[in-house]
Ligand binder design. Structure first.
Ligand SMILES: [Zn+2]
Length: 173
């Protein structure tokens, strides 16, 4: 199975609002794309990967935030919609489209999200902690929002300077 190319910030596809996944897509290759995205995400050492990050301006993402016992927890969210978010968590966040950049981002501690699975069936998930952070981060990608946009002004300026340095030294390609 071929790995997909992960696009880097500031590729315009990362800043565009993704199109909803249409009903016919579920029968036409969505499953294959999802498998390729999982493989690409695992190869890159990430816990989440959204369609815009592989150049597809569409609303879906894959994630695998391992369970407490270390078991994998593969999940696919198509046309995700945050129904409820509460609480706060502050922690470092990274993104496969921002290689080498980790920065503090405040997120909700708990989310309830509605989405469709890879077959088009509706489901709801109630998630906390890192899984909630990941759902919020990846749903943002579907909306053309990157984690830079969620940082405080100070952290964003620090992040932008670091990106410039990485670009200059060729570590951003
Ligand atoms: Zn990301």
């Amino acid at each position: 199975m071929a790995l997909l190319k992960i696009v880097r910030y500031p590729d315009p596809v990362l800043l565009a609002v993704g199109r909803p996944v249409a009903d016919e897509s579920f029968a036409n290759g969505l499953g294959k794309t999802v498998e390729e995205m999982f493989e690409t995400m695992y190869a890159a050492g990430g816990v989440g990967l959204a369609a815009p990050q592989v150049g597809l301006s569409q609303r879906f993402f894959v994630m695998d935030v391992p369970l407490e016992n270390g078991e994998p927890d593969r999940r696919v969210f198509v046309n995700p919609e945050i129904l409820h978010a509460e609480g706060e968590q502050v922690g470092d966040e990274g993104c496969l489209s921002f290689p080498g950049l980790y920065q503090t981002v405040e997120r909700n501690m708990r989310v309830i999200v509605r989405a469709q699975d890879v077959s088009g069936n509706d489901f709801e998930a109630d998630l906390e902690g890192l899984a909630a952070r990941c759902v919020l981060h990846e749903t943002d990608h579907c909306d053309g929002i990157v984690f830079l946009d969620r940082m405080t002004v100070l952290k964003r300026e620090m992040a932008k300077r670091k990106i410039k340095r990485l670009q200059k030294t060729g570590k951003w390609e």
